[in-house]
Design a protein around this ligand. Structure first.
Ligand code: NAP
Ligand code: MG
Length: 401
């Protein structure tokens, strides 16, 4: 069979440890035999990031802006232990942080649902997609441990020297304070990414904050969403038959538990961090979750939501067998190829992406899976495969579709 031809290169960001091992097997077994892969390869493995003083990460983000679609393998964010392990020149920043900052995006995460791995919230018939604002708030905070009695103030000094000053607290003893911020243009991008994604996927959009308590900070998020919706999206939503609605975060949490799923839940940075772990755990595993960063200018970066699975990698290095779940990484590839097909008008590439996902899910549904899923499945008599064996089983299914 002739391989599927591509037009524009896909930005390929390789990564670290066990996911790097899976990356190569996925390419060899599931991509290269079927697609004449055109990719611009960036090695974001920690060794090469260190060698290039992290320039390779910046270059890969620039290439993503240029071509529009990237697929990324999980990467190590160095800490003190990695400094010695990899003999690093510097404790390089998180590649995800660098890429998000360059693309100014929103991260969308949805559970991958498959028969035999049922969410523990029984009424969730369809996936719930989390849209997490990836900028600011407590992730870029300034904190002080207050040593004792004194006055804490919030001061803004404009470029012309004028000041806005408010008292945070007149402390009568020790305590803590924290300063956080966000920017209107980042919130606007967040809003547009969410509205576009809702239109793209034809799903309702929910957004929730705590604006009753945070009357300026959270209320600004609410207002920006409402203004952009009215001015730019209301008619498009009406035409698509989908809805945008805003509610308080506590009301949203209560409603989510009773909902059927099939909608997008937009969250501020911290809420999105916490709630996406809740939704994914309720659906089984971080390896059963898609993750895509969407920039307001329409650039897409597909990845797995989990890390490099370090513990499995050390077993692999010792020559021991591993059973690491590659589903999220396979779906990163299928998502990126489908988007490339959409943008370049290559229906065969889009159909291949659908087939690859279908083959992955059918393989699991036929009882062949990795250990993490075997532990939670409701299917009987399952076969636990090793990391490579699972990908080979998917290839067998794929050949039959
Ligand atoms: P992790 O790689 O997500 O793995 C944590 C544990 O979760 C594993 O030990 C394993 O549990 C289970 N697990 C995760 N993914 C799995 C999969 N695909 N199949 C089967 N089990 C899976 O997190 P980590 O070990 O804490 O972090 C390792 C490195 O990843 C760190 O250096 C961190 O910086 C990096 N990281 C990268 C990203 C990213 O690039 N997107 C995200 C998070 C973390 P068992 O050991 O019990 O089997
Ligand atoms: Mg988290």
């Amino acid at each position: 069979m002739a391989k599927i031809q591509m037009k524009t290169p896909l930005v390929e960001m390789d990564g670290d440890e066990m996911t790097r091992v899976l990356w190569q097997i996925i390419k060899d077994e599931l991509i290269l035999p079927f697609v004449d892969l055109k990719s611009e390869y960036y090695d974001l493995g920690l060794e090469y990031r260190n060698e290039t003083n992290d320039q390779v990460t910046i270059d890969s983000a620039e290439a993503t802006k240029k071509y529009g679609v990237a697929v990324k393998c999980a990467t190590i964010t160095p800490n003190a232990a990695r400094m010695t392990e990899y003999d690093l020149k510097e404790m390089w920043k998180s590649p995800n942080g660098t890429i998000r900052a360059a693309l100014d995006g929103t991260v969308f995460r949805a559970p991958i649902q498959v028969k035999g791995i049922e969410p523990c919230v029984k009424n969730w018939a369809k996936p719930i997609t989390l849209a997490r604002h990836a900028y600011g708030d407590v992730y870029k905070n300034t904190e002080i441990k207050v040593p004792g009695a004194g006055k804490a103030e919030l001061v803004f000094t404009a470029e012309d020297g004028t000041e806005i000053r408010k008292t945070i607290m007149d402390f009568d003893g020790p305590g803590i304070i924290q300063g956080i911020h966000n920017k209107d243009n980042s919130i606007e991008s967040f809003a547009r990414s969410c509205f576009n994604y809702a239109l793209d996927t034809k799903q309702d959009l929910w957004f929730a904050t705590k604006d009753t308590i945070s009357k300026i900070y959270d209320h600004t998020f609410k207002d920006i969403f409402a203004d952009i919706f009215e001015a730019e999206y209301k008619e498009k939503f009406d035409a698509a038959g989908i809805e945008y609605f805003y509610t308080l975060i506590d009301d949203a949490v209560a409603r989510v538990m009773k909902a059927k799923g099939g909608f997008i839940w937009a969250c501020k940075n911290y809420d999105g961090d916490v709630m996406s772990d809740m939704v994914s755990s309720a659906c089984g595993s971080l390896a059963m979750m898609t993750s895509v960063l969407v920039s307001p200018s329409g650039v897409y970066e597909y990845e797995a939501a989990h890390g490099t699975v370090q513990r499995h990698y050390y077993k692999h290095l010792k020559g021991e067998e591993t059973s690491t779940n590659s589903v999220a990484t396979i779906f990163a590839w299928s998502g990126a190829l489908r988007k490339r097909g959409e943008l370049d008008d290559i229906p065969e590439l889009m159909a291949f992406a659908d087939k690859l996902e279908k083959a992955t899910l059918s393989t699991i549904e036929s009882g062949k899976m990795t250990k993490d899923l075997a532990l939670i499945t409701s299917l009987k008599d399952v076969t636990v495969l090793n990391s490579k064996g699972f990908i080979e089983a998917i290839r067998e299914t794929l050949e039959t579709l």
